[in-house]
Design a protein around this ligand. Sequence first.
Ligand code: ADP
Length: 447
Amino acid sequence: MFEKVLIANRGEIALRIHRACREMGIKTVAVHSTADHDAMHVRLADESVCIGPPPARESYLNKAAILTAATITNADAIHPGYGFLSENADFASMVEEHGFTFIGPSPDHIRMMGDKITAKRAALDAGLPVVPGSEGSLNSEDEALAAAEVAGYPIIIKATAGGGGKGMKVANDSLGLREAWRLARNEAKASFGNPDVYLEKYLDRPRHIEVQILADSFGNVVHLGERDCSLQRKHQKVLEEAPSPALNATERERIGGIACAAIRKLGYRNAGTLEFLYQDGEFYFIEMNTRLQVEHPITEMISGLDLVREQIRVAAGAPLGYAQADIRFSGHAIECRINAEDPNTFAPCPGRIGGYHAPGGLGVRVDSGLYAGYKVPSQYDSMIAKLVVHGTSRNECLMRLRRALGEFVIEGVQTTIPLHERIIAQQAFVNGEYDIHWLERLVGLKG
Ligand code: ADP
């Protein structure tokens, strides 16, 4: 087992990884920008290294600085968390080349899944159902028009290098497609430095359902059920639940089985998530995330497994040690992403935290680096806490969530707590009847 792990991230996820390491008796190294020297992940780590100024590209994305920090602290392995360098295949290779273990999949798998076209091809080859659409990236507007005719309108144009919901445009007809083609390519170029786009059929009322998998180096693969992440705004997840209210046990087993078979065929190792759209009883693969996800705690709550611990064990060469039949799901879990944002306009709202009181009690978990007096920096993502609630049933989970949201005090900055209160008060949400457009219909797209 590793003696020391460097955590190449910040905020709640750095803290989350530190906690797993601490419980496993592994020492931790925090890295941080100058904006984060007071952050909780830095305070709790055994050692910390400042890796640069506040802008992420000069600190949390600075590969050389992170590798230097790992070298001078004599770390054995690097955990990338999510975001930042977590899906950067070159970084994963550099980590291995420098003699450290990358806590994640192989660079080849990261590369394959990082490009949405090679990912979709690999998914097809591995037997996963995909959304109908263009074969590969589109070379011209005429090619796009022809592909759209085949797929049938409405269509969605997506960036090959996409992520975070950027570079996606919907078109209802050929006129709209010309506009979407131009806009999506410009956005893709600006966001990812790569203008390549592809096109697929736009599903009008799907749910976003993703399957968590774990795989070791010995060919053992299990799935840990699904998460329903349909509550989104601008293609960004806001609230997630597990299990999905839309699936029954048979469908769960079916998609879990398909996912495990694909992962086995790909020879993938470590934790990963296969994302699907689900409509009219059919699943369509959209992408794979080759890392830990923000919403992983809801899977932990219903499976009892510590996903970060499992990632570390697998990376250290240990076998999973359990089979699918050993995985037992219990109850229901919901995660609310709490952002430092105006709950009406969604404008980021960084600043100093005044009073702070996190909810507690049975089945309530708060993953956050916040404390009274902490200054939320303006340079990074606005998510400041994740409230994760577990109940023996969905109904119990909802009642507990309402209670926990009511207890949460975060003063000094505006937060999206009122948005979550509003969501869970809607009858449609209580009934589990929502698709990926439901939240935008509720709150609009302003901001
Ligand atoms: P990103 O990597 O940018 O997050 P994804 O491919 O995962 O992009 O898609 C993000 C979200 O965009 C999905 O959860 C869904 O809401 C929407 N979306 C993607 N593809 C389609 C599609 N073919 N039809 C309808 N909505 C889609």
